[in-house]
Structures are given as C-alpha cells and as structure tokens.
Design a protein around this ligand. Structure first.
Ligand SMILES: [Zn+2]
Ligand SMILES: [Zn+2]
Length: 462
C-alpha cells in the first residue's frame, strides 16, 4: 500500500501544493487587512492565518511520515480534494476583494447588505468549516482521519461499517450508501441534502462533515425525516447565516417577541445557534448544549420562547418526531456487579458526587455520570470529559434501573435505539474499575491502563 500511495503523492506534488496553499492564504490575509472586514465570526482575518499555520504543520508532519502506509480515502486523497477546493474558494475570495492600494477599485464588498458582502460572508463560513475539518482530521498537523470517532454511536458504526478507515468519499458514492439506510427522493431534495451535508462545498463528504450532520439532525433513527422537517420545510432554518446577519434579520421582528431563526453554529460545529426576539424586544442568540434541536424547539414552543419562525405565524408541529422514546439495554455482568459491591458502591451511583445516580452519557467517549455534575462541570471547565478529557460532543439521557443481582437496564431518552453499538462495545470489555473515582471539581488526569485501554476503545463505565 505504501508503495502504491507514495508515487501518486509524488506525481501530484503534495509538498508543493501545500506550500502553494499556504502562500495563497498569506496573500489573501494581506488583502483582508481593511478594518472594514473586521467582523464577528466567521472572520476571514482570523481564519486565514490559522488555516495557513495548520497547513504548515500538516506539511511538516507529512514530510516526517513519508512512506507510511496509506489506503484510498486516506490523508493523501483527502489533501488532494482539500487543497484543490481551498484554491478554488481562495480565488473566489481574491476576486471579491479589491487589490491592495487600488483606491478606485469596487468598494461594494464593504457595503452592508450588498451582494458581494453576502458572497464574502458565505465564503468565510466555508473557510470556517474547512478550518474545523482540517483541525479535526489533522490535529496539530498529524493525520488521524482513520481513527476519527463520530459523536453519535450509530453514525460512527454506519461510517466505519461502510467506509472502513476512509475519511472522505465522493458525494455520489456516499449518497448511495446513505440512501440505502435512509431513503431520499432523487431530484431537488437530494440536491438540498447535498448542500446541507457538504459543508465545505468540495463535492465530497468527509467523516467530519457526516459527524456534524448527524449531530445537528439527531436522533439517528429518523435522521433524514428530522433533516427534512428542520432544514427543508421549516421557515426558521437558515443554512448560511452569520451571527451578525441573524441580528440584522431579526431586527424586522422586534415588535413580535417569540420570533426566531436557527442556524448551524460556526464557532461550535455540530451545535445549533438559535436567534430570537425576547419578551422585552431584545435580540438574543443561544447555543443549546447537546440537545436535539427538535426537543429544544418543542420546549421553546411550550414556554413561549420560539413561536414565530422567521416572524411567521405558523410554527411547524414537531411533536411527531419527539414522541418516540426508544430505549436500549446494556447487560452488566455478574462479576461487574460484585466488583462494585466490593468497592462498597453500585454501578449506577455517580462516581463524581457519589450522591445521585448516573443519568447521562457523554458522547463520544461513553462515560456516565449524573446530569447535575455534568452541568456543573461544563460550567466550570471547558468542553471536555471529566474522566478522559475527550471533547464533549454530545450527551444522551439515560436512566439505569437499580440492579440487585440482576442485569442493569439502561434506558435512553432519544437516540441510538435501533443500534446496539454501545451494548456491543460494552459487552466483554467491562474491566475492573479502581475505586479512585475523580473528585469534582478537581481536574482529572487521564487514567492509566487498563482504564486507558478502555478509554481508547471509547467506552468505559465508571
Ligand atoms: Zn454526580
Ligand atoms: Zn470520557
């Protein structure tokens, strides 16, 4: 495989292409110095140097990794697609911006609300997705796309079963795989699906893009129905809108509290940002933490926060999709129960507060704790798991039936019901847990093996 991959990379000239991309970004950065382009996120002035730096790190890591085995859909293929796309989008940015020092050039791009300004904002969003994607697949420059763990367990299983270690595939191939599981009508609906999924507009779908999509439109069993309801039919959905643009759009509804619109967040990929007019007429934007949007909108409808999507009187009914409360069961072995008993504890007791029972599972690492501890932890700490430091990309409500000598039953509120990946991962992998449970709110060092092995496998039951 190494022998086959290396010549292809040489032919394409990956090192030169990386160098060219860095130079292009530096030129664009120079063109973006006008203070009128200092806008809220996503800001090209911020994204261009960060992307250039990361590409520099990628180039360095690739030089060091020369000759490493690499299959199709791996780092080399990804970079061909990524750099080609980066060049194309970079050219579009360059064309919109007046060349430096040319005072008589077209200044329309600086005018709020102009077509050029809008195009630039959309390109900034694409650059923001491209930066997030590169950071996810090449953290600190080093490729890990084959190990990337999707937040939603079912989505992870789906990708790895169908795509193996690949991190990217052409849209046409991805489309047929997805549609075999979640049918979609061909034609305009399929086009719309592609534009929602292909965040970087590269004509390909990466494991990162699929992760973001499945987090945004969870739960998995009704993934494309959720997408259709939220992104195709819902008047409140805004595909490409920045923070500033949401503020501007909601100005029109200031005298109509309960008006709202929602968009995928660009600062927190995989989460939603909802802008709304509050009861006193002010415009607020909120990012609900790790809850399915369907549920958030339904709650907002009940309490009067989200009533009028984009100012319209009709609020779509989402109850149908929120009604399902499937659950899964996880069998805990007899030894496991005895083990907790030997530690004078129980499986279900939260190991942080040792007061309440666990009722939430962190995604993607799978650690269990109680929601009070998780909320307090997220408030005081960054978005990382208190047990393993893995990024918290989602959470799932669970309720554990107290077990005597019988297996423990875990009931989940919404997601992953038809897929037993958590169960499969848990079976046979439960290993003794040392009694040295973390003490909130102390920062916890990553556990040593064998707990580390469990953390590596993504599932540990503390
Ligand atoms: Zn707790
Ligand atoms: Zn964890």
């Amino acid at each position: 495989m190494a022998a086959a991959a290396a010549p292809r990379r040489c032919q394409w000239g990956e090192p030169r292409a990386l160098g060219r991309a860095v130079k292009l970004l530096q030129r664009l950065e120079d063109q973006c110095r006008d203070p009128r382009l200092a806008v809220g996120p996503p800001s090209l002035r911020d994204l261009l140097p960060r992307t250039a730096q990361l590409l520099g790190e990628v180039a360095k890591a690739r030089r060091e990794a020369r000759g490493d085995p690499e299959g199709p859909g791996g780092a080399g293929d990804f970079l061909v697609i990524y750099l080609t796309n980066l060049e194309a989008k970079g050219r579009q940015v360059a064309e919109l911006l007046p060349p430096r020092g040319k005072k008589d050039a077209n200044q329309d791009v600086f005018r709020e609300g102009s077509r050029f300004r809008r195009q630039l904002a959309k390109l900034a969003l694409i650059f923001s997705h491209m930066h997030a994607e590169l950071s996810a697949l090449f953290p600190a420059g080093k490729y890990c796309g084959h190990l990337y763990r999707l937040a939603k367990g079912s989505a992870h299983t789906f990708w790895r079963e169908h795509c193996g270690g690949r991190c990217v595939l052409p849209w046409a191939e991805f489309q047929s795989l997805l549609c075999a599981r979640h049918p979609v009508e061909p034609g305009p609906t399929m086009q719309a699906l592609r534009s929602t999924l292909d965040l970087t507009c590269s004509g390909h779908i990466s494991v990162f893009e699929f992760d973001i999509f499945t987090r945004l439109f969870q739960p998995w069993p009704t993934l494309l129905r959720n997408w259709q309801l939220l992104a195709v039919n819902h008047p409140g959905y805004m595909a490409f809108l920045t923070y500033d643009e949401v503020q501007t759009r909601l100005q029109a509804y200031r005298d109509k509290p309960g008006s709202y619109i929602f968009r995928p967040s660009c600062t927190r990929p995989g989460q939603w940002a909802i802008g709304y007019v509050s009861s006193d007429g002010s415009i607020l934007q909120t990012i609900p933490l790790n809850k399915p949007l369907l549920q958030v909108l339904l709650e907002g409808q009940k309490d009067g926060t989200f009533l009028f999507p984009d100012g319209k009187n009709h609020n779509p009914d989402l109850t149908e999709l929120c009604r399902a409360e499937p659950y899964q069961r996880i069998q805990v072995s007899e030894e496991q129960l005895q083990l907790y008993q030997a530690m004078n504890s129980t499986f279900q007791l939260c190991k942080i507060c040792a007061e309440r029972d666990k009722d939430v599972r962190i995604e993607p690492c799978g650690h269990l704790l109680c929601s009070c501890c998780l909320a307090a932890w997220q408030h005081s700490d960054s978005q990382t798991c208190p047990f393993c430091r893995c990024e918290i990309k989602g959470q799932e409500a669970v309720s554990i039936t107290p077990a005597q000598e019988r297996p423990v039953e875990v009931r989940t509120a919404a997601d992953d019901s038809r897929d037993n990946c958590h169960q499969e991962a848990a079976e046979g992998k439960l290993e003794p847990v040392t009694p040295s449970a973390p003490h909130y709110p102390l920062r916890i060092r990553p556990p040593e093996s064998p707990r580390q092995r469990l953390a590596d496998s993504g599932y540990e039951w503390l």
